[in-house]
Ligand binder design. Sequence first.
Ligand SMILES: [Zn+2]
Length: 223
Amino acid sequence: MRLSQPLMEELVKEVAGDDVLALLRLILGKSNVSEFKIAEKLNITVNQVRNMLYRLNEHNLVAFTRKKDKEKGWYIYFWTFDTFNARLLIIERKQKKIAELKRMINEENTTGMYVCPSRCIRVNAQQALDLEYKCTTCNTLLKEEDSRQLVEKTKNYIEKLRAELNEALAAEEERLAEAKPAKKKGAKEEQQKKPVKKIAKKKPVPKKNSKHKPKHKSKKSKH
Ligand SMILES: [Zn+2]
């Protein structure tokens, strides 16, 4: 099962901006797409394309190879969307969001929230107590809010996030299962050993049998 395109698009929109969606649609499912081709198809400059790709690259969502154009002497970059990293990032972000919303719901449920009737501020019970139930802006008495509707809405949103998270997790599990037989043995990474400098031992202090003369500790108090 592949991760659905809407989830990828949502991620890209969130981390790189709306304008990158058209680019994503061009390179998704392909590999090594020339940045000149992208520019041509989107009818924008190569620099604009690179700017978008750099934004994706900041989140490790693209990989590239480059080839030298023999005639012109410059490098052409070819880009591939990294669905693997995208999946991991989606999982991470969804989990974080769910945890955040759960905390919020707990706060609403256990303490209730207080609002100014003019909607200047919205605070929890402890904060309301600290403020003596008065709005910091207009000094009106705060009212306890009926937060059931909000909690209901948030719970539904969490369900939606959970479904999306499960989709991403299932895709990831499938990838792991596929990747297992291909595991290579003996592909040890060569670790370069840094030459360890021997720390010079303390010089042996020549023994002197002379009596230790106490130094005068003159503490001058400066003013
Ligand atoms: Zn107010």
